[in-house]
Design a binder for this molecule. Structure first.
Ligand code: HEM
Length: 381
């Protein structure tokens, strides 16, 4: 989570802000596209530094998603008007990410405390900008945010474990990996809270269609290769939608624990990284290039070290297995229900990031299971 996200753009950008903060209402009454067409062409160069670029990306990103999907998949536009497209493109370039919804800017920056005196914790967080509005949307993004916070302890543990490998310090290695295991277990516990306030039907039928990208079947059905960003490129540009797969959390844990995926899945993961902030991409790479925590589990010839390394793998496998359960409850089951909103039916079989997701997610989980070390005599630890 961004500890101190900017809450407001300078007054000059009020025309953007006034639309972005009313998106659910404008979508509901069908006036959003008219409002966007009336919006002045603002000079993005009036934005000053990364906090303002990030907030601008969020404002323009949420507005773009709603602009595209507001009238259902049959009525998507071929072109994003230049008063949205050009600043979105330019700000994205400044940030080093794509001009498309990046769930982690949406989730990591998009929070405010319910009780300003209370803690920065899931029960006291709500979203600032919303696409469709309501508690279901807010809870969905804030659960992602809390998982990011939970993951912080795992990342510290991995860095400490890498240092311990360098120092050949087995006790510190064990203590560090115990932290990693505990943090990943906490991430799973938080993910299980998704069901408290974000309902599968609402997610599938109401929120999910709005986070889809231009690689969605709705674009393919029209024979379009993407969305034309007016004033940027005459050719359509194709970007995936928002997905928590753009989170650096699990890629960092995989990299730190030395978990390798199949080439096909690795390609998809790398693609998701283009929608991460460059600093997050750098962190994944630094952890992958660091001292090998995986190798040390056997090299140290210490059964406790081996056990704790395997316990971390077990926690990651359990997390991914549970995530698959959530995906089944929130996408697979609602996609089979009769009352599913046909306005957006084409997106049923795909992840919002556009992947054929069940095979992909199962393969990622299986790579963790296959990474388990055994004792020297081949027995399970
Ligand atoms: C209703 C809840 C959720 C659903 C339906 C869901 C669905 C999906 C889908 C379909 C994918 C495949 C990639 C794509 O095409 O988008 C995915 C990947 C992923 N999701 Fe979720 N997700 C949910 C919640 C979360 C949350 C709260 C997190 C935590 C930040 C998360 C983390 C991930 C990660 C890291 C991946 C990449 C695959 C991996 O490393 O295992 N998801 N999710």
């Amino acid at each position: 989570m961004n500890e101190n996200p900017l809450r407001k753009l300078p007054d000059y950008f009020d025309p953007w802000w006034k639309i972005a903060t009313r998106l659910p209402q404008l979508v509901e009454d069908g006036t959003l596209r008219d409002e966007v067409h009336k919006m002045p062409f603002l000079d993005y160069r009036q934005l000053n530094g990364e906090p303002e670029w990030r907030l601008a990306h969020r404002v323009l990103g949420f507005t773009t998603q709603c602009y595209v999907w507001t009238a259902g998949e049959k009525h998507i536009p071929q072109t994003l008007p230049k008063n949205l497209a050009v600043p979105y493109w330019e700000v994205s370039k400044l940030l080093g990410i794509t001009p498309s919804l990046c769930q982690l800017i949406a989730a990591l920056d998009n929070w405010v405390l319910v009780d300003p005196e209370g803690p920065v914790a899931l029960d006291n967080l709500r979203t600032v900008l919303n696409m469709v509005g309501g508690d279901d949307e807010s809870w969905f993004f804030m659960v992602s945010g809390q998982i990011e916070m939970d993951c912080g302890a795992a990342l510290c543990g991995i860095v400490e474990a890498q240092q311990a490998v360098k120092d050949l310090d087995v006790n510190t290695y064990i203590a560090a990996l115990e932290k990693v295991e505990k943090a990943v277990r906490k991430m799973k516990e938080t993910l299980s809270r998704m069901r408290e306030r974000s309902r599968p039907w609402m997610f599938y039928n109401v929120l999910r269609p709005f986070v889809a990208g231009w690689d969605s079947p709705a674009f393919k059905a029209k024979g379009w290769k993407g969305l034309i960003y007016e004033g940027v490129s005459p050719e359509p540009l194709c970007y995936g939608g928002g997905s928590a797969a753009q989170s650096a959390t699990l890629p960092c844990i995989d990299a730190g624990l030395g978990i390798l995926h199949q080439p096909e899945e690795e390609k998809v993961c790398t693609n998701f990284q283009s929608q991460m902030l460059p600093l997050h991409r750098d962190l994944i790479k630094a952890l992958a290039d660091g001292p090998s925590v995986r190798h040390f589990a056997t090299f140290s010839k210490n059964s406790r070290a081996l056990r704790v390394y395997n316990a971390c793998l077990q926690a990651v496998a359990d997390y991914r297995t549970f995530h698959l359960t959530i995906v089944t409850q929130y996408i697979i089951i609602p996609s089979r229900q009769k009352d599913t909103d046909k306005k957006y039916s084409r997106q049923a079989g795909l992840g919002t990031g556009g992947t054929g997701f069940m095979m992909y997610l199962k393969s990622l989980r299986n790579s963790v299971v296959n990474a388990f070390h055994q004792n020297d005599d081949g027995t399970e630890v």
